[in-house]
Write a protein that binds this ligand. Sequence first.
Ligand code: M6R
Length: 613
Amino acid sequence: MCGIVGYIGTKKACPILIDGLMRLEYRGYDSAGISTLEDNYISNMKNVGRVKNLYDLDGINNLNGTIGIAHTRWATHGKPSKENSHPHMDNSKMFSVVHNGIIENYQELKLFLEKAGYSFLSQTDTETIPNLIHYYYSKDTNNDDKRFLRAVSSACKDLNGSYAIEVICKDYPDLMIVARKDSPLVIGSGINENYIASDIPAILSYTKNFYLLDDNEIVELYKNKINFYDINLSKIDKDLKSIDWDAALSEKNGYEDYMLKEIFEQAHTVRETIGSRLVANTPVNFDDINLSKDYLESINQIYLVACGTAMHAGLAVKPLIEKLCKIPVTVDIASEFRYRNPLIDNKTLCIYISQSGETADTLAALKLAKTCGAKTIAISNVIGSSITREADFTVYTHAGPEIAVASTKAYTSQVTILSLLALYFGEVLGISSKDEIEDIKNELLLLPEKIQTVLENIEDIKEFAKKVYTEKDIFFLGRGVDYTVSLEASLKLKEISYIHSEAYAAGELKHGPIALIENGITVVGIITDHNLVSKSVSNIQEVITRGAKTLIITNQDLENKNYDMVINIPKTNPFISPILSVIPLQLFAYYISKEKGLDVDKPRNLAKSVTVE
Ligand code: M6R
């Protein structure tokens, strides 16, 4: 999705803006641009392709302004081109604007502005914004220091849809105005300088102190002063928050790609997720949500709602919650949930899972549940992200910044935190076997060590990836939680290798998919639940008989039954085995992508956080 960076201070803005844009490259984009303001003149430079292409533009190194805005665009309205990329300016070149989000009524606004004499150079929805600001600015006869602010506020009131905007005006060389609605924006505060970004990692190397904007807030940013307003321009107060992410975590640290680095961080990140919530022989600690036994006894259903990998994390933990709490759990795709009138009332607990905390569908699904009276819990990795501000309670995964588009460490941290939550509910309700709860707790504590063991034995998976990277289709099979890992493994492979792949519950094979199995096809089997071993083995034998090449991920002692490759992983409690079994499959997708020479971290057409529908 699009990325935003801004700077106002005493240093040259251009290199800071380009550096920030480069740190946002992982979000996915097709063009980039910057505007800086100097001597009451706005320079506007943009180019298609990579951020580094900005350096090819004549005069970019001569931009000396100390105030500037910048953007990476992921096309929504109008194809990727120089004209459509941001910043966009009004006809008189008085204002320059960058925008994330979608202006739903832009056609209507465009018609209105055209009638008022404005013309448009691009096919974007965004270009209406600077012209609308100019429209209000030129109508305002009061030439005081708030005229710029009033014009932005009036324009924002006309916008339907979502936006995070930065605006500069040639009449106000010391002031930048930013605003947001349903699209993330943070302000990094420094000494005699302030930074703006759509994502914290863009400016993490400059400051750790942030103001997190809420919807319908407008901000005046000077280098040494920040004024916050609501949409009607009443002043509001905001707390400065300190974010303890280490800037080095946003670097590759010697790894070839962010994805590989993030896969290898998982022993550490799972340990961080567990943190002080779980200590041997002590009840699981969730002081931060503190749900009473009466409340938990009163609820009759739990929803786990999310998108993509985060939804797969929900699927992995559904069986554990149902086992320990005896409450039915529905895992739902946020974009489906929000439009299907789900049955929700005050006896429903809704848990929303999102690494970024900014996924538009997940956020909308959360808002829907609140209007129906349900309690809501947000599980997020990003401090202060939108879902954390909407939910009744928030639980952070503490996995550190995840930069690669393909989610890896966020998934294992989500499964870990949801498993802890299941244990917490189970202990509060007190209806399941203490021994079972203790076994899972002990196994969770051993996970970081076991993850390390998996990561120290990657040669076989690398070798198998080399054998099959030219395949057109790859199938994943599993039962129970192994099926949920199949879904995640298949998504990972599709995302970064562009190989078509399907995941099936192994028992479904005979109900159709087996028709696709032919000589030489690759099938990956995941077999970790001792109760289901013989069933899964039989299904794998059925595909071997039909000529499939097989890769097996298992923690069981399987007899050699003509498998092409077996990856043995440490044993653990079956309910939490996805945290281990997914890792070789993350690596499988990674090495296939590398063999194909693809850009692992920035797969085509994908964005790290999907902030529009
Ligand atoms: O930030 P979120 O967890 O809400 O993102 C949800 C999905 O967009 C995300 O998991 C996506 O499926 C990843 N690219 C998967 O690798």
